[in-house]
Design a protein around this ligand. Structure first.
Ligand code: NAD
Ligand code: 89V
Length: 342
């Protein structure tokens, strides 16, 4: 695909604002239209971001005007919208969570693969600068073969005002936040099979869980813990930081607050502070997440243009999703579940 790729963004809601800012900085692509079933939302985002066209139905995908579509709606709409794009052979980047359950994810993947239409899941935590740096350190071999890791997301921010649907989501914490951590676990420690999980519903009145503790055994035999909670009181609030540690046979990387890495190797430690890109449109406390969006979307466009694979392709995302599904089944069954057998 050559020249500037023309995109349609569907879903002019809370997070789309970050994606539209990021698209305005993405080399080789531009959003030429936005769509929302709420016409007023579509119209106002088009005006705010200087986008020439807006629509209130995704059927506009049949126009042949788009080289890609960015689907930024919530998970229950993803199968229908991806299927529409696939029918019109429009490559897709679609927000996490991929879909409400693994069977739906598998149908989406099979449908897109049969048509040969590329689909990427917009999973941006692995595109945060701190995790790209950690991946570089691991690739250097400095801390050796990994043996243990912990990825911890614990805060008590009011996430519900911006994302009220989370109050009503039956499979909430693992599907909304855990999925980020599980993708990070695969990105850092490799694929995993055995999963053990306990869930908790701490905040009153939620439909689903707002805390989960997940134990993973990775194919290379490392063990990791993923723990997530929106009911963990810390002052100041560490949202949206992922903290933890990564242990290898020759050293350790600690992930501390303030995007600080403490690297222990060869008998000494060094400190690295990872600075965000300082984009004008980012604002606390979301900066670390916002900062990853341009990197995520640039990866999508670059891979699309060269006909290459997406790091978080639909097929690859099935492996992350299987860990989330196994976690829910483990919590329900009270035993270890192997995600490779789902
Ligand atoms: P939202 O409800 O604020 O916005 C969704 C928008 O999509 C709404 O305006 C709705 O009218 C529109 N919509 C729904 N179905 C549609 C359809 N069929 N056609 C056209 N428009 C339709 O949701 P949000 O909080 O912005 O979240 C969207 C997705 O982004 C979720 O899956 C969420 O998990 C994800 N998200 C990701 C991050 C991240 O990347 N780190 C952060 C927050 C949210
Ligand atoms: O970043 C996200 O995916 C959001 C959050 C985890 C902050 O709730 O849904």
């Amino acid at each position: 695909m050559t020249g500037t790729l023309k995109g349609l963004l569907i879903g002019c809601g809370f997070f789309a604002r970050n994606q539209l800012h990021a698209w305005s900085e993405t080399d080789g692509a531009e959003i030429v239209a936005v769509c929302d079933r709420d016409a007023e939302r579509a119209r106002s985002y088009a005006a705010e971001f200087g986008i020439p066209a807006w629509h209130d139905t995704a059927d506009i995908l049949s126009s042949g005007s788009f080289d890609f579509v960015d689907i930024c709606t919530t998970m229950e709409t993803h199968e229908e919208l991806v299927a529409l794009a696939v029918r019109h052979r429009v490559p897709v980047i679609v927000q996490k969570p991929f879909a409400p359950d693994i069977d739906t994810c598998r149908r989406i993947v099979a449908n897109a693969a049969a048509a040969g239409v590329p689909v990427m899941v917009h999973e941006n935590f692995r595109f945060q600068k701190v995790f790209r740096r950690i991946r570089d350190i691991l690739d250097s071999g400095e801390i050796g073969e990994l043996t243990f890791g912990r990825l911890s997301w614990r805060n008590a921010i009011d996430v519900y005002s911006n994302q009220p649907y989370l109050l009503k989501t039956k499979r909430f914490m693992i599907m909304d936040v855990g999925i980020h951590m599980l993708d990070l676990a695969r990105f850092l420690f490799g694929d995993a099979g055995e999963v053990s999980c306990f869930t908790q519903s701490v905040k009153e009145g939620l439909a689903g869980e707002d805390a989960a503790t997940i134990l993973l055994r990775h194919d290379d035999k490392a063990t990791s813990i993923v723990d997530v909670s929106y009911a963990a009181h810390r002052f100041p609030n560490p949202f949206p930081q992922t903290l933890g540690e990564i242990e290898g046979r020759q050293g350790t990387i600690q992930i501390l607050e303030g995007e600080v890495l403490l690297i222990h190797s060869q008998g000494k430690q060094r400190r690295e502070t990872i600075a965000d890109d300082g984009r004008a449109w980012t604002s606390a406390p979301w900066i670390q997440i916002q900062d990853s969006v341009p990197r995520t979307q640039q990866h999508f466009i670059d891979a699309l243009r060269r006909g290459g694979n997406f790091e978080t392709s639909a097929e690859d995302s099935l492996k992350t999703y299987a860990l989330a599904e196994a976690a829910y089944r483990s919590a329900e069954a009270g035993r270890v579940i192997d995600a490779r057998n789902l």
